[in-house]
Design a protein. Structure first.
Length: 148
């Protein structure tokens, strides 16, 4: 009987050691996040605030821990990103984030209503058929939804 208890104790210890090893292995590989921010409110100050939130988000989480990061823009907010009239601070922040890996989605429905063409927006924009449909798709795909 003692041999059975000792064998059980050895097996239990091995299982525990394996579990700890697996847990520490998981700790070494942090979760890769999928995030999107949603902006439909106009104005330079609003755009700056959202871009600062995104900068802060990236500085805490790190690009290496981000699988995908999008900014979905539609409605009155889209005019804030017209290349010829863009605020220099907004442009600088957005260009830096785009270079880091941010995807900037511009609603084509809004573009059509406001007579905006892709060439009128900052370089690197990804046109999407509908901003609200893109919001829905990202939520369904398990992205964290942030509306600052």
């Amino acid at each position: 009987m003692r041999i059975v208890h000792r064998c059980f104790a050895v097996v239990a210890a091995l299982v525990l050691a394996w579990s700890v090893a697996q847990a520490s292995h998981l700790a070494e590989q942090p979760k890769r996040h999928k995030i999107f921010y949603h902006l439909d409110e106009p104005g330079v100050e609003r755009a700056k605030a959202v871009l600062v939130n995104i900068e802060n988000h990236v500085s805490v989480v790190g690009w290496k821990n981000i699988e995908a990061f999008e900014l979905v823009v539609h409605g009155p907010a889209l005019r804030t990103f017209l290349a010829k009239d863009m605020d220099p601070d907004v442009r600088g922040k957005l260009e830096t984030l785009l270079a880091g890996g941010l995807r900037f989605d511009a609603c084509q429905n809004t573009m059509a209503r406001q007579k905006i063409e892709v060439k009128d927006l900052i370089e690197g924009v990804t046109p999407v058929p509908s901003g609200v449909v893109r919001v829905m798709e990202l939520q369904e795909a398990g992205y964290a939804y942030i509306r600052p």
